[in-house]
Design a protein around this ligand. Structure first.
Ligand SMILES: Cc1ncc(COP(=O)(O)O)c(C=O)c1O
Length: 379
């Protein structure tokens, strides 16, 4: 049920009664908002009948390693107790995340993956009067939600170093309600320097927030920005267990921000979280070696893939993440189709870079199959 307080908030922020009614109907019906996520976006290039079981799936930035053994060990007990609501588990995860980031527990809200937190942040801080500012290309979901609620979307190209151009973003949108930054970016796998994020926080229009999506940060080993959250900036940091932690299907994630910013997201919450996701995430966080180990596995396979691409004179964007953009020197969708005929499912194409296709870094065996098919398709 949508609260009176939320209704007032939406109406004073410039939503029409019609726009508000549409949201209210969906939320009161308990429906998922009609937005999308990586899996759904990846499915758009899928034929009827789905992906063959023996296909190489390097199309949706999943982690082929799956959950760590410590997470698997706690999942069964959580499933066995699944007849119970387990609110305590949410508190355990919140505190574990807060500890690991040097935050107070009330600066962390748990979500079933970070996608829902992304959706709700856009609804909470953008409106028909306050635009959403994004880099181009970037993860498409903030733009989709903005369009759904009737907020203007302002896009600025990445810099020559493939970072979000924060100065151009501020200049382009004096009416901004929300700046969405993804670092490392999906799809380019490139970082926006922390100094630029600090500049954006210091120079953005009053009343706006920065939504920093750190879904892929663990792969890069770059400095986190949660210390800026601790310093009470207008910043929401998103984290997910879907990527490095290999839990995309199990679902856990979080938003980290000042309590007053998190309170703005709470009105759209979908209620209790899956206990399986909560316990598996908390168990994963306790494994101190997990992030550096998995980061190295991914970086090693990525470097080997780049060495192969260099040897064969392919051009690609120098990613520090678990995916990269490959220049396929033709309309990207033609390459996607040709690779599917080789049973290799690569990612999608962004309109800003029509001859680039996103490739997720899979296992060594998967990347060997990718390389073989690539030479055939590009011959
Ligand atoms: C940049 C980015 N943010 C957020 C998400 C949401 O993922 P999840 O809801 O599984 O945490 C994804 C998924 O691929 C993503 O690529």
């Amino acid at each position: 049920m949508i609260s009176k307080q939320l209704e007032n908030d939406l109406l004073t922020r410039g939503f029409t009664r019609r726009g508000f009614g549409r949201l209210a109907t969906l939320l009161s019906a308990g429906a998922a908002l009609p937005f999308t996520h990586e899996f759904a976006l990846a499915q758009m290039s899928r034929p009827h009948g789905g992906i063959p079981a023996d296909a190489v799936r390097i199309n949706s930035n999943e982690n082929p390693l799956g959950p760590c053994p410590e997470a698997l060990n706690v999942l069964f007990a959580a499933a066995r107790n699944g007849g119970r609501y387990m609110f305590e588990e949410e508190d355990v995860l919140r505190r574990a995340l807060a500890d690991s980031e040097g935050l107070k527990p009330n600066y962390v809200s748990c979500f079933p993956g970070s996608g829902l937190a992304l959706h709700t942040s856009v609804i909470a801080f953008a409106s028909p009067k306050r635009s959403v500012v994004i880099a181009d290309p970037t993860y498409e979901v903030a733009e989709m939600v903005a369009k759904f609620i009737g907020a203007k979307v302002v896009k600025t190209a990445l810099t020559g170093a493939y970072a979000a151009d924060v100065r151009a973003m501020v200049k382009a949108a004096p009416d901004a309600g929300l700046f969405y930054l993804c670092s490392p970016n999906n799809p380019s796998g490139t970082l926006t320097p922390k100094a630029d994020i600090e500049w954006l926080l210091a120079n953005k229009p009053a009343g706006s927030v920065v939504l920093l999506d750190e879904a892929y940060l663990h792969f890069a080993g770059a400095p986190a920005c949660t210390d800026l959250v601790a310093r009470d900036k207008d910043l929401i940091v998103l984290r997910t267990f879907s990527k490095l932690y290999g839990m995309a299907g199990i679902r856990a994630g979080a938003a980290m921000a000042r309590p007053d910013l998190l309170a703005r997201l709470a009105g759209f919450s979908s209620g209790a979280l899956p206990s399986t996701g909560l316990v598996a995430a908390a168990a994963s966080l306790r494994v101190a070696t997990l992030v550096p180990e998995r980061r190295k596995i991914n970086a090693d396979i990525r470097s080997e893939t780049f060495a192969f691409l260099d040897k064969h004179n392919f051009k690609y964007v120098p990613s520090v993440s678990n995916k990269f953009m490959l220049d396929v020197r033709r309309p990207g969708h033609e390459f996607v189709d040709a690779m599917q005929r080789e049973n290799i499912w690569v990612g999608r194409v962004w309109p800003a870079w029509p001859t680039h296709v996103r490739i997720t870094v899979g296992t060594r065996e998967e990347m060997a199959k990718f390389q073989k098919a690539l030479l055939k398709v590009m011959a």
